[in-house]
Structure formats: C-alpha cells, structure tokens
Design a protein around this ligand. Structure first.
Ligand SMILES: NC(=O)c1ccc[n+]([C@@H]2O[C@H](COP(=O)([O-])OP(=O)(O)OC[C@H]3O[C@@H](n4cnc5c(N)ncnc54)[C@H](OP(=O)(O)O)[C@@H]3O)[C@@H](O)[C@H]2O)c1
Length: 261
C-alpha cells in the first residue's frame, strides 16, 4: 500500500465550520485538494462565497452556506444540505472562533457580555456544529472525524486580558477528550490542533505592535509566528485514515513555544 494514500480523502465529505475565515478557508482548500467534497459554512455570505471560490479554483467541489452555527436549527440545515449535495458527511472541522483581541479586560473586571460573546463564538459554535454533524455520522454508521481548533492558550496564560478566551479554549480541549471517549464506539475520532499566534487578520492588531511581536517571537524557538499553511499537514493527518488509531489528542502547532514552558 502507498502510505501517502492514507492521507487521501477521495469520496469523503468535509464540513468546515467557519470556512470563510483565514484558517478555515486554508483548511477547506487543503481538504478539497486531498479529494474531499467541501461544505463550507460561515456567517457572512460574501466571506463564504469568496472562500468557496478558492476551493473550487483548487479543483474541489464546494457547497458554500451562510449560516450561524451557534443556532441548532442553522447547524441542522447545514448538515441536511451536505447530505443532499454529497450524500454523506465524514468530517467536521470547527474553525469558528477567536475574538480575544477585541475584548481585552483585566481578569478581576472581565465583563459578562464580553465573556458570553467569547464563549458563544468559541465554545457554543464548536458544540452545536459538532452535535449536528455527529448525530448524522452516528445515524449513517460509517464513523467519522471531528477536528477542533483549540489554542496554546488552553494551557498557557498570557499577560493580555484573555480570561474568556483561555477558558473557552480550555473547554474546547476538554471536550475533545470527552467526545473522543464517548464517540469511539461509533468509530468517530476527535482531535484538536492548538496553534500559537497565526498571522491572520484576527490577530493583526496584536501582531502589528512591534513590541508584542518581538516578545512573542522571542519566546518561540523556531523564531517566527505561525502561517495558515503550517496547520495543513496536521489537519490532513487528523481528518484522514492516517490517524485511524489516534483520538482525544491535542497537537500544539507553535514552533516549540510550549516545549519551553
Ligand atoms: N489566528 C490565530 O492566531 C489563532 C491562533 C490559535 C487559534 N486560533 C483559532 O482558529 C480559529 C479560526 O481563527 P481565524 O484566525 O481563522 O479567525 P477568522 O478569520 O475570524 O475566522 C473565523 C470565521 O468564523 C466565522 N464565524 C464567526 N461566528 C460564526 C458563527 N456564529 N457561525 C458561522 N460562522 C461564524 C467568521 O465568519 P465571518 O467573518 O464570515 O462572518 C469567520 O469566517 C478560531 O477558533 C481561533 O480561535 C486562531
């Protein structure tokens, strides 16, 4: 057997929740390039459409849906559309999230509205999209792959007013292990990637500050921040047959940052 063929996704369908975003769209292009049919769900229609154009330009079939995946009915609608278009759903990648840089508050003052927003954006989006997708995988009985996007912030504090975000990502990492345990009997694996800062518009405000960037890069042994393409290899591993015996794992993609802590 060609060992590289275990990374192929031909005949599979992948739902990329938040596929209109910087990381989600890079993931959608990569999964499509590996042979999967792509269902891309994102909140803003123009973002979903633009990302879908990149996926189809790379030669993959892509269905783009504008949806709010924090709402159960919307997530159900996305899954139904996936089944209607591709006949099956094998993979869900949860790439909705972020927001931390927009709501920086001292831990002792962290306001409830900002807390709830970050939890909704990072935790409820992951929960609701996954529940809808996994109900379908269990019904179909063919197993599946869930890939969450956590963050090194699930395990590292940061002196920047990140209380809600670290709590949300900590919960995403915990759910990754819980779901892996509960859904293993259904042949569904659940893993997460946990990047450090990835150079995207989401974190531009922080990375554009030369002092912040220098401090960050100075702590990363490989001497740079991440790029969206740095995530792709791990995504293909966790969503393909290459990782058949791997579940409940959280892989930091951080240039060695956590190795130094
Ligand atoms: N960038 C980093 O440095 C970094 C580091 C570690 C982890 N992460 C994590 O990686 C993930 C992706 O981050 P990113 O930088 O790619 O952020 P991003 O560019 O803002 O992408 C997030 C996407 O999610 C969509 N979205 C937001 N709320 C939604 C909802 N309720 N329903 C459906 N779609 C929704 C957004 O839609 P629209 O904009 O189209 O409305 C956007 O396209 C997040 O979980 C983030 O925490 C990022």
């Amino acid at each position: 057997m060609d060992p590289l063929s275990t990374f192929r996704l031909d005949g599979r369908t992948a739902l990329v929740s938040g596929g209109g975003g910087a990381i989600g769209s890079a993931i959608a292009v990569a999964l499509g390039g590996a042979g999967a049919g792509i269902v891309l769900a994102s909140r803003t229609p123009d973002h979903a459409r633009a990302a879908a154009e990149r996926v189809t330009a790379a030669g993959a079939e892509c269905l783009a849906i504008a949806a709010d995946v924090t709402a159960e009915a919307e997530a159900e609608r996305v899954v139904s559309a996936a089944i209607e278009r591709f006949g099956r759903l094998d993979i869900v990648v949860n790439a909705v999230g972020g927001g931390a840089g927009k709501v920086l508050f001292a831990a002792q003052e962290y306001p409830r509205d900002a807390w709830d927003w970050i939890m909704e954006l990072n935790l409820r989006s992951t929960l609701v999209a996954t529940q809808a997708a996994v109900r379908e995988m269990i019904r179909a009985g063919h197993g599946g792959r869930v890939l969450n996007i956590s963050s090194v912030r699930a395990q590292l504090g940061i002196a920047a007013g990140y209380s809600a975000y670290v709590a949300a990502k900590g919960a995403v990492s915990s759910l990754t292990r819980q779901w892996a345990t509960e859904w293993a009997p259904h042949g569904i694996t659940v893993n997460a990637i946990a990047p450090t800062f990835v150079d995207t518009p989401q974190v531009a405000m922080l990375l554009d500050d030369p002092a912040f960037r220098a401090g960050l890069v100075g702590r990363i042994p490989l001497g740079r921040v991440g790029e969206t393409d740095d995530l792709v290899g791990a995504v293909l591993f966790f969503t393909s047959a290459a990782s058949s015996f791997v579940t409940g794992q959280i892989l930091t993609i951080d240039g060695g940052l956590t190795a130094t802590q």
